[in-house]
Design a protein around this ligand. Sequence first.
Ligand code: HEM
Length: 384
Amino acid sequence: MSLLPEWAPNLHPLVLHFPIALLFVAAAFDAVGLFSGDRGGWRKSANWLYALGAVTAVITWYSGTLAADSVFLPTEANALLTEHADLGLWTAWFFGGYAVIRMGINATKLGAGGMARIGFFVIGLAGLGLITVTATHGAELVYRYGVGVEAVETAPSEPLVQAEAGEDGIAVSPAGWSWAPARAAAWKTSAIWVEGSAESLTSSLVDGGDRGDVFQLEVTEPTLFVLPGQIDRLQVDLALDPTDFDGSVLVAHHVQEDGSYGFTSLANDVIRLGRTENSDLLVQATEAMAGSGWRDIRVVVDGTHFRSYVDTQLLVHGHGAAFEPGQVGLRLNGTGVVRLAGMQAVDLGVVAGGSSDDSSDSGEEMDMPMDSEADDHDHEEPNG
Ligand code: HEM
């Protein structure tokens, strides 16, 4: 049985931070000892830190040799790995020798004079230069060439909601629901209208070009509809084109029976994140949004963390009191046409293999007023 976590490519990334941290702290202790005129404590501590740093550098070197045998490299990265491996070997030798000499001097009291101490300090700094170059090469292997890492999937290889869609185009499973264009308006009978009614919009299927058949929703008055199912820690994905819509499109989540909800809204090249409070919309973060046409929107609301992405770019990010589990839907606040290629809402607790009840919320944060990275609080009327 392997003791390595299943996501780790090998032992190397788990151990390599030890020599880097220990050796830098060792040099800092040495510097304090040197410049403060201290004759003992700081320098002795530095010796031990250098010794520990050297031992972990040797372990790191060895783990690196095993790592190199366990990964497949893109052609361009081969030369870089060779350099990194050579530098790693020199680093291990350098600090191994340096630590032995320092411990020897400490034991024999030889060479402990002022000039010798400055000389040792400078040699230690040169070693830090060596380990920095080694580590930078290693980081380039990972961050430039992706060695040992798995690419982030922007689209899951398997559908998250693994269930057959009904005639209404809606598939429901414990992981959440997905809604794809199937028949023009069959979905309306499954939707729950929180504001307005099924007559507030006309739904038809049209050719969406690359997007295939898409819904065309012609809106005549503000409406908010949700699909059934309570979701707590959620991710909502949808593809929509609001070009011909005059107003704002809100992805409404955690919709409660009293009509309150959280939202991410898109209107006039602006994306907002917020929630309803006492029938006001409290806007928590606002960002400009470039471009037009079809948008792939992702909204993640996990406990006290709220993130909204457009075309895989994180545009708004905020924190605030966690929501009660609720339903997910769309609020169309304006008039005109919104095209929708599909939508899904998944429960992150279920998709991640845990329980949707074990939210990351802490009671401490539950009562906190909302705060945001954008530090941008506006109050608006619901239909404003
Ligand atoms: C003291 C010696 C060494 C240090 C300080 C060091 C440091 C690093 C660092 C900082 C990374 C990037 C990790 C990340 O950002 O996640 C890395 C990656 C890597 N290093 Fe080293 N390294 C050392 C020795 C070696 C040796 C000797 C080899 C091969 C013979 C090696 C092979 C690799 C490989 C293959 C990776 C890519 C990630 C992986 O598969 O683990 N390293 N190293």
